[in-house]
Design a protein around this ligand. Structure first.
Ligand code: UDX
Length: 433
């Protein structure tokens, strides 16, 4: 089977590299020449554990993977075309901006000659895949193609594992022929007994948004529980642990913190609310999730500032700038939101992140860049642990005690035992404890 992946962003590259790992012939296309040149040298445009090795293997050893900027040249040979272009939030009305999807549709519609399956893998609002079908129909006979929805559920930082060992695969089709081709495509996972949900196209598109929205709701729920825990003397970690033992609730995505960020949850929730509004459905739950998540970093920054009456000229160290560990992605990072608010109040921010320093500096020039966590803590009036990178999980606090000016820790990810740090002499503030 020959696969063409259009868009070499996060989803496209992981999808391409992993399908090559299954043994398929994969061509990834992007109109960004610079990106294609770099990819042809196995240079990844972002950090994702394991991806560069996979690219190198399939570019140079198996030669199953290749990159090009010419979509029109590769369409005709493809059995399946995956659309994995970006669908950012539009400035107006929070809808997903689908212009990149339509642009690809126009182009491929003119170049398909033999039956081809066209798959939407980007997260797209309900109705998009059928709209894609309409656009393709203006250039193509109906027996020359089928459209399919096959959303991804990849988490940054563990995307390759998520692709190769998914909890489930969702495939939305409206023809037996395309269903069988998709079944064949995922045969390597089918053999591993990965559950595959076959459904109609609209349902498949809904599943993606409903899943992300539910996870985000779970996070916002526990975050508000954490706020109440702080007031009444309860411990949110124990609350979450005991709640999670109930199999109906489950333990995942119940870690209280500074709020969710990243390239998906914030964008997808806004788009989902916007879709619901279009159909006069009041998504009051998701509106509340959105609002409570937006206010969270503001409240946390306020709480930090008020806790020790920091003023202009004080220095605070921030450890972790990416929106989560194992990625250099700072999109909607709560760490950066908090940093900006503190900088606004005249606080100097010394910061360290294992991978995201460069991206963070592009967004906040005032960040004082440090080479290690300990360097960031030097002469600091306080330390904020904002992202739970593994290397922050076992910091030497005796060393930090020698370097820092004041011994105050804000552990926004609850990765430390408050008593242990208090015993060493730190004033410790967690979330919901
Ligand atoms: C998410 C979905 O998990 C994935 O299925 C989808 O395809 C893309 O969006 P990702 O954004 O990479 O993946 O990260 P995820 O691990 O889901 O975390 C998202 C945000 O929620 C992060 O800011 C994280 O710190 C936060 N989070 C997560 C919490 O605050 N608490 C939790 O318990 C879990």
């Amino acid at each position: 089977m020959k696969l063409v992946i259009v868009g070499t962003g996060y989803v496209g590259l992981i999808t391409g590299a992993c399908f090559a790992e299954f043994g398929y012939n994969v061509i990834c296309v992007d109109k960004n020449n610079d990106r294609i040149n770099k990819l042809n040298n196995a240079q990844c445009p972002f950090y994702e554990p394991g991806l560069e090795n996979l690219l190198l293997k399939h570019l140079t050893v198996t030669k199953l993977l290749s990159f090009t900027n010419s979509l029109s040249e590769v369409v005709a040979d493809a059995d399946i075309i995956f659309i994995t272009v970006g669908t950012p939030t539009k400035r107006v009305e929070n809808q997903a901006d689908l212009s990149a999807v339509w642009e690809v549709a126009e182009e491929i519609g003119k170049k398909i000659f033999n039956y081809t399956v066209v798959v939407t893998k980007s997260t797209v609002p309900v109705g998009t895949t059928l709209e894609l079908k309409n656009i393709l129909s203006s250039n193509l006979e109906s027996d020359k193609f089928d459209v399919v929805s096959n959303p991804e559920f990849l988490r940054e930082g563990s995307a390759i594992n998520d692709f190769l060992r998914p909890d489930r695969i969702v495939i939305g089709t409206n023809s037996k022929k395309s269903e069988n081709i998709m079944k064949e495509l995922y045969r390597p996972l089918y053999l591993n007994e990965t559950p595959i949900v076959f459904t109609n196209i609209e349902t498949s598109e809904m599943i993606k948004y409903a899943s992300n929205s539910f996870l985000a709701t779970k996070i916002s729920f526990i975050n508000q529980i954490a706020d109440l825990c702080e007031k009444v003397g309860a411990n949110v970690n124990d609350v979450a642990k005991a709640m999670g033992m109930d199999k109906r609730i489950g333990s995942k995505f119940l870690h209280a913190g500074p709020g969710f960020g990243g390239s998906c949850f914030p964008k997808d929730i806004k788009a989902f609310v916007s879709t619901a509004k279009k159909y006069n459905i009041d998504f009051s739950i998701l509106n509340a999730v959105n609002d409570s998540n937006a206010i969270r970093p503001i409240n946390i920054a306020k709480k930090i500032l008020e806790s020790k009456k920091y003023k202009k000229g004080n220095t605070i160290a921030i450890l972790g700038l990416s929106f989560k560990p194992n990625t250099n992605d700072v999109r909607d990072s709560t760490s950066l939101k908090i940093a900006k608010l503190l900088i606004k109040k005249g606080i100097k921010i010394k910061s360290y992140d294992p991978k995201a320093m460069n991206n963070a500096k592009l967004e906040i020039n005032e960040l004082i860049e440090c080479k290690t966590a300990y360097e960031a803590c030097e002469s600091a009036d306080a330390v904020i642990i904002a992202t739970e990178w593994n290397e922050f999980r076992a910091l030497d606090f005796k060393k930090i005690k020698e370097k820092a000016k004041k011994l105050v820790i804000y552990d926004l990810r609850n990765i430390y035992n408050p008593k242990e740090l208090r015993d060493i002499g730190f004033e410790y503030y967690g979330i919901g404890t």
